[in-house]
Every structure is written in C-alpha cells, then in structure tokens.
Design a protein around this ligand. Structure first.
Ligand code: UN1
Length: 510
C-alpha cells in the first residue's frame, strides 16, 4: 500500500498469507481532516486463533536459526525504512496527526530500534561466570520464550511496533501483533515490509482490530510474553491477568503524569523551551508529555508570563505543513476526554491562563474543518496533592503551573506526588539540585535542562509505580522475551560440589 488511499479492503497477515477473516470492516481516518484513508478488516477471535497457531508452529524452526540469520530479515527492513523515510513520515502524519518532523522522527526511531536489535545479534548474549570449583565452567545463556503478543499504540505507529518486534524476533521468538485501531495503515505497511523481507511464514503475524482482538491475544495460553504499550487502564488489566498465569510474562509501559521542576537557579530560556516542547509536542499525546510544571516562587511570575505568551501563540495547524508545531488530537472521543479534563481542572479551582480548546475558525487550516482540533490549555491552581487534575493523565495539551517555595526537596516531593512515574525533568544551573532530582525523582526517565520527551532507543524506556511493570524497549525487552539458563559444565573426571557440600556417597557398607 502506498501514499494514496485505495478502495481495497485490507486484511490481516497470518502464516505468510494475507487473510480477510470473518470480521466486519473499519476505517482509518485522517484526524486533521476527518477523511477516510483506507478500509481494514476487524480481527476476530478466529483470526487471532489462526495467527497464534501459525506463530506457534513457526517457532521451532525460527528458534533454531542463528541470531545473525534472524537479524538479516530485519536489516532488509532497516534499509526500507530509511529509503522510504519521507513517504512513511507523511503517512504517519496523515494517519495519526503528528506534525511532519514528528512523523519522520517516528520512522527514524523505528530504524534506530531495528538497527539496535539487529546489530545486537552480533554482540555477546550471556556471561561467563566463575565457579568455586576449578573444574567447572558456568555460563548464563539465553533462549527465546516462544510466542510474543505485541499490542502497540497509535501515537508512535511505526516506532513502537519495532521496539517490541525487532527485539522479540532477533531473540528467536515468533510474533502476533495487533496495531492500534487508529493507525491500521501504518500496520499494513509494516506487515508488507516483513513480507518483502522474506520473513519465514508464521514468524511474524499481524491481526488488525480493536481491544477484543488484543484481549484474545493477551489472554491466550499459547502466548508466552505480552509486550504492551498503551493506557494504564488496559495495561494494568493485562498485567493483573498475566501475573496470575504461571510461566507467562507481561512487560507493560503505561503513560504518566509527568512533571518538570524549574528551580530559582534555572535558565529561563531553557525552562520555557523545555516546558513548551514537553507539554505541546505531539499535541501532548506522548506518554512522556508533561502536564505539571513545578516552578519556584522566585521565578514563577517570569516563567508564567513567558510560558503563557508562547502557549497563546503556538502554531496549531496542518500536520503536513512545515510551520506547524501542533497537529490535531487523534479522534473525536479524545477531544471529549481532553475537554473533560479541562473542565475538571476548572471545577477543582483552576485559574485558567490559556484556553485555546475551541480554536477560532481562522486558526483551522482550509479544508481541515472536519479535523479533531484542540489548542493549549494552561492553568495555575493552589497546590493540593490530591487534586484529580494533578494526578490523572489527560494525554493532551493540558498543563498546570504549580508554585513552590523552599528547597529542591520540596519541589521533588511535589513532583513525586502522583501515582505515575514515567518521565520527568529538572531545569537548574545548580549541579546539587540536578543530582538531587536524579537521585530522588520517582521516574524511569529523568532529564536535566532538557524536555522530558525524546528518549533515544538505546536507553531503557519505561516507568515506575503506575507507569509500568517492565521495560518493553531495547535492552530490557530482552529480559521479557528470553529465558536465562545458568549452564554449568564439569570438565573434571570427578564430581566436586561448591559450598563445601560433600560429594561422597555413603552406603551401609562403608
Ligand atoms: C510515548 O511517549 O508514547 O521518548 C513514546 C520519547 C519517544 C517515545 C515516546 N522516544 O519521546
């Protein structure tokens, strides 16, 4: 499938074949215009069943290949992602509404992850571990777990699928993947890439569809590991369920209520720049986006005035136009969710500083009247740790400015007072404050003098507390998709035990 939307109905990719299945159809929509992009089949339990069967029967032969042979298929995809960078970046922008530099960065992040995973095939995969007994050699070795179920979100429709799948596949697992229902076109293209790369039948399978298809994957006993990136609601349900099934693992990454601490020692240019990027890039729809800015009283007024000035003027517009900063929200229901959080902040006592939720007609680009437009919403509020608007993730351009007095300890206390713990940043020129934040902020990703978005793929990615129970990206995904074997071999002719344990066999005749 190329740039142009077609009349064709696209199906699933199961066992090396394109399959229509028995589901009804659904459409992918351009969130900036409301236009239909393409039509897809909605996956059913029967489609998932066929995909799991294919994945299970392809596993033994795929497992028996070398890491390097498995990675060869991924290198083909790496080159295709690079060669089609512009085209795919535009498709991402059209299907999920991210502005074009973000659409292209999504594709770049995907090939970075493929490069990491395929390159890692040539790196050591275990440890040589010393033994107390000179005649013994011990090794830590890895084996693939089997069938990996991957459930991915719409906001990084090309990158995140490769966070999950590139690593799972190179490590020797087979995959059943459900792309987000909002971005099936990206899913279709990725499946075509695997087909073009000649991945053996059944090793990679894709079933389009909604949460019921996702649940059919995650609930099935043939699935050995679930990799999930998405909402806390769904992630915790999966983690609870999978936790009760012996032998099955789930690595889940589930959003945040991320904060930026701006101390009295902050450089104001850096503070405003980092906060604007973190709050409004991707229209606030990154799980690492910031919805809380915690600002010292000495710089509060200056920061507020400068942040509000930029937020009032930030360019919301056509994602394909180079001069756009923020595209639309993903879908109509999401606009309603953002509205409800803006209303909630008001009900809880917010003093609203910027309200561009309803954009003026003149701000909506021509021909885009059917898009899901929202603009920045900025408020200040008397700090109370239990306010819902400071604890629940809105996933939109909705941000609170909170004033603190006192030292860095107080700022970090406020920063940590949410159930989530994904990403956070501190802006300060004082290294002691930076180090305090580094050591005490309850997050998986911490930044100094930077936005809290934009992690590179070679870092672990994931959170603490309600934000995650595993790291479904890069190095940590390897833990979730492999088993470790501690392999000990005796090179001596006699058996000698460690820990001083006697190896003598005593019998009644002794
Ligand atoms: C997400 O926020 O949903 O760190 C994923 C980043 C990107 C990935 C974000 N590399 O901003």
């Amino acid at each position: 499938m190329s740039q142009q939307a077609t009349e064709q109905v696209h199906g699933h990719y199961i066992g090396g074949e394109w399959a229509d299945g028995d589901g009804v159809t659904f459409e992918s929509e351009n969130p900036a215009t409301g236009e239909t992009l393409a039509t897809f089949r909605r996956g059913t339990e029967a489609d998932v069943d066929a995909a799991l069967e294919a994945a299970e029967s392809a596993f033994p032969a795929w497992r028996d290949k070398s890491y390097i042979d498995r990675a060869e298929h991924l290198w083909d995809i790496y080159h295709e992602l690079r060669d089609r960078h512009e085209e795919l970046g535009e498709i991402v922008s059209k299907e999920c509404g991210k502005e074009i530099s973000e659409g292209k960065a999504d594709v770049t992040e995907a090939w970075h992850m493929v490069e990491w995973a395929a390159g890692n095939a040539r790196h050591p995969h275990g440890d040589v571990v010393p033994s107390e007994v000179a005649g013994k050699d011990s090794y830590m070795r890895r084996k693939p777990r089997g069938v990996v179920g991957c459930i991915t979100p719409w906001n990084f429709p090309v990158a995140i699928p490769f966070w999950h799948m590139a690593i799972a596949l190179v490590e020797g697992n087979t995959v059943v993947w459900k792309p987000a229902e909002q971005t099936p076109w990206c899913g279709q293209i990725i499946a075509e890439m695997f087909e073009d790369a000649g991945i053996p039948d059944g090793v990679f399978n894709m079933v389009q569809g909604f949460g019921d298809a996702g649940a059919a994957i995650t609930d099935d006993e043939r699935v050995d590991t679930v990799l999930f990136t998405g909402s806390a609601e769904v992630g915790h349900e999966i983690a609870d369920k999978v936790g009760g099934e012996p032998g099955k693992l789930a690595a889940c990454e589930m959003g945040g209520k991320n904060g930026i601490v701006i101390t009295a020692e902050a450089d104001m240019d850096t503070a405003v720049h980092a906060a604007i990027m973190s709050s409004f890039k991707t229209t606030g729809q990154r799980c690492v986006s910031s919805e809380r800015l915690i600002v010292h009283e000495d710089v509060y007024d200056e920061f507020k005035a400068r942040f509000v000035d930029v937020a009032e003027n930030i360019a919301v517009g056509d994602p394909l136009a180079e001069d756009t900063f923020m595209g639309p929200a993903i879908e109509a229901d999401h606009v309603e969710k953002i509205r409800s959080y803006n209303d909630l902040a008001r009900e809880e006592g917010a003093n609203v500083l910027v309200d561009r939720f309803e954009l003026a007609d003149s701000e909506i680009p021509d021909g885009h009247e059917g898009g899901h437009w929202v603009g920045p919403f900025v408020y200040e509020i008397d700090y109370e740790p239990d306010l819902r608007c400071l604890n629940e993730e809105c996933f939109g351009p909705h941000v609170a400015i909170l004033e603190y007095s006192g030292d860095i300890e107080r700022a970090v206390e406020m920063h940590n007072a949410t159930p989530y713990g994904l990403a956070g940043a501190i802006i300060s020129e004082d290294y002691r404050q930076l180090n305090y934040f580094r050591d005490h902020a309850e997050v998986g990703l911490a930044y100094a003098n930077l936005p809290c978005i934009g992690a590179e793929v070679q870092l672990p990615f994931g959170g603490v507390k309600k934000s995650g129970n595993g790291y479904p990206s890069a190095r940590e995904a390897i833990e979730a998709v492999t088993e470790r074997t501690a392999w000990t071999m005796n090179n001596a002719e006699e058996i000698e035990m460690a820990q001083g344990l006697s190896a003598d066999i005593e019998t009644s005749e002794d």
